[in-house]
Design a protein around this ligand. Structure first.
Ligand SMILES: *Cc1c(COP(=O)(O)O)cnc(C)c1O
Length: 438
């Protein structure tokens, strides 16, 4: 498959360079040159396939020219080795749990697939790939655990001291092997600035092969299509056909993958993009004016994005036609107060504990049902993270119901190991270079 830039349709690069460069020089985003539609037989019989089988089918339709079949199959089986169940809450409402991977958030799908794609393209004996990531919490954990033990790669994570949750910090700092964490005495922006400076530093780039595990990398988008098809497969088994997905959205990568899946033939009736107070997209769909704003802090902090970077991909999928897009995507926004109420309501009605991001997706289902009532519809809202990652938003009663998965206990046993550092580029550079020589 060739990839073009959303800023230049004449650009054409192969998959490998789209993956290692993350972003074209013109600052657009890579998109597949063609969007293949899956064959009708496969789509009608989705219920006969497992998640790894579905994942392999989709990946091979997109990437068969780039990776031989047997290699792609092995790569998928290694990357997509956890479940994505749809859990029934009532007759027409299901929650798609995407938090059964190692970092307990849906970003594991993208991070695990990307790490293995990168490792695959690194030829034997090639220089070690140095992955640098600045994180405010969730992304760093998924990237760290995605690359853990992947040969010929090494990850350095920078995170702001005292500004990530305990579980998030342990996910960054307890890995060992090829993962190192640096605790920066500063903010997330300071961490990001250090990483950016490293990419711009000539002598560093001469000595190390640096890459970013950026969230807009096309190899993170592709694996996020897998679980939409797999969710429909599970609903087919339950006799459900008219599916509406509600997606808690921040950078809009998750829903962009859903819409890519739709263009590849996913049988789906409707998407709902649910946001918190960072409501650039719902405002755009209402008014036609795309106006980004500085992000506002909320309880659903992984969705605190004022300028969603994947939005250009979605516009591209709909050929810049806002009217067509509005038919397929509804969008609603919620406050922190509504989010907290929704967590209680979900707990009361279904005896289910949802993280704040997940609760927002459920609110959007309720709102859609009011506007477009239909007895035929089945609603699936995406649960993007395990509730145990956000302990501060729950009442004591609900918090007591959260069962931490086994890997959290394991993290606590292992404890934290990080290098403390001031916001000091020379110190960071020395760290990278001296550890390179070992
Ligand atoms: C990253 C993230 C989101 C937002 O996903 P986008 O693809 O950026 O829209 C939602 N919930 C959780 C828990 C996340 O980590």
């Amino acid at each position: 498959m060739k990839f073009y830039s959303t800023n230049n349709h004449d650009l054409s690069v192969d998959f490998q360079s789209a993956v290692f460069n993350s972003m074209p020089l013109d600052k657009g985003l890579y998109m597949p040159a063609e969007i293949p539609v899956l064959d009708a037989d496969f789509l009608q019989n989705l219920d006969q396939y497992t998640l790894p089988e579905i994942a392999y089918k989709i990946a091979s339709v997109l990437l068969h020219e780039d990776i031989p079949a047997a290699d792609l199959k092995a790569l998928i089986d290694d990357a997509i080795n956890f479940e994505a169940p749809v859990v029934k809450l009532n007759e027409d409402t299901y929650v798609l749990e995407l938090f059964h991977g190692p970092s307990l958030a849906f970003k594991d799908f993208g991070a695990r697939f990307m790490s293995r794609i990168m490792a695959y393209f690194l030829k034997d004996g090639e220089q070690l790939l140095d992955v640098l990531v600045a994180t405010s919490g969730d992304t760093g954990g998924a990237v760290a655990l995605g690359f853990l033990g992947v040969p010929n790669t090494r990850v350095t994570i920078l995170y702001p001291k005292g500004k990530v949750s305990e579980i998030q910090e342990l996910q960054l700092c307890s890995n060992g092997q090829n993962i190192r964490a640096i605790e920066i005495d500063g903010t997330f922006d300071d961490c990001q600035a250090l990483v950016k400076q490293a990419f711009a530093d000539e002598s560093l780039n001469r000595q190390l092969r640096l890459t970013s595990a950026n969230s807009i990398n096309i190899s993170r988008l592709i694996p996020q299509t897998f679980y939409y098809f797999n969710a429909v497969a599970q609903l087919y088994r339950a006799g459900k056909r008219e599916v509406v997905f509600s997606v808690p959205s921040g950078n809009f990568g998750n829903i962009a993958a859903g819409l890519l899946a739709y263009k590849m033939g996913l049988p789906v009736k409707q998407f709902i993009a649910a946001t918190n107070a960072n409501d650039t997209v719902p405002r755009f769909l209402e008014t036609g004016v795309y106006e980004t704003r500085p992000s506002v802090q909320t309880y659903a902090n992984a969705m605190d994005v004022g300028a969603p970077s994947n939005w250009v991909r979605i516009m591209e999928l709909f050929s810049q036609d806002r009217e067509k897009l509005k038919e397929m995507v509804k969008s609603y926004r919620y406050t922190d107060a509504q989010t907290v109420e929704a967590i209680s309501a979900i707990h009361e009605q279904f005896n289910y504990v949802a993280c704040p991001h997940t609760a927002i997706a459920w609110l959007a289902v309720k709102e859609y049902q009011l506007h477009y009532p239909s007895a035929e519809d089945t609603f699936v809202f995406l649960s993007t993270a395990h509730a145990c990652k956000f302990p501060d938003v729950f009442s004591e009663e609900i918090f007591a119901k959260i069962q931490s998965p086994e890997q959290v206990e394991e993290l606590k046993r292992r404890g934290k190991s990080a290098t403390a550092m001031q916001v000091d580029f020379e110190a960071f550079k020395t760290f990278l270079l001296t550890s390179a020589a070992q």
